[in-house]
Ligand binder design. Structure first.
Ligand code: AMP
Length: 183
């Protein structure tokens, strides 16, 4: 039973935590473009050097840096059993790219799961997390970028979209997501 899932939602919605948990349960890789970029920065690779300035400002990294990375990651052996994408696609161009890539690979997408959390809760959570790009100004910009560029992706996937209330305990959210995925 292959599962190919996208986790969508604003920064601070709990995508990373939930995607990690579900990926473990389903025994498929959790592919987070944000994690890949942060590790590229830590290793100071050419990708990391190009991405850092955008990430520090709360802007999206240019598509050309992300699209090849996804193509290569989905071609790896462990991704043939399925995957959970977390943080990708982040705009409609990326969603269209993924659509074409998955039809080439003959790997249809199963679900898009969107975590819904009110803005004031997101800001509180992000400030508490204290990652390098979690300063108040960057948080504000990331929420704007989400609204302007990423939320249209949910519309793109409206036929496969399930919106889940993310303003609950992490365990309650996991339970709901598990129900949807196993339905
Ligand atoms: P995340 O860990 O998903 O919150 O991502 C952290 C930062 O990495 C974002 O604010 C963007 O700067 C960058 N990033 C992650 N994924 C993408 C993507 N798919 N496209 C462009 N930028 C991304």
């Amino acid at each position: 039973m292959t599962k190919r899932l996208i986790f969508s939602g604003p920064p601070g919605a709990g995508k990373g935590t939930q995607a990690q948990r579900l990926a473990e349960e389903l025994q498929i890789p959790h592919i987070s473009t944000g994690e890949i970029l942060r590790s590229a920065i830590a290793l100071s690779t050419p990708l990391g050097q190009k991405a850092q300035m955008y990430m520090d400002r709360g802007e999206l990294v240019p598509d050309e840096l992300i699209l090849d990375l996804i193509r290569e990651r989905l071609a790896q052996a462990d991704a043939q059993a399925g995957w959970i994408l977390d943080g990708f696609p982040r705009n409609v161009t990326q969603a269209e790219f993924l659509d074409r890539l998955l039809s080439e690979l003959e790997q249809p997408l199963d679900f898009v799961l969107a975590l819904d959390v009110p803005d004031n809760v997101l800001v509180e959570r992000l400030l508490a997390r204290g990652r390098r790009d979690d300063s108040e100004e960057t948080i504000r910009r990331r929420l704007e970028v989400y609204r302007e560029q990423t939320s249209p992706v949910n519309q793109f996937y409206r036929d496969r979209l399930h919106v889940v209330d993310g303003d609950r305990s992490p365990d309650a959210v996991t339970t709901r997501l598990r129900e949807l995925v196993n339905a």
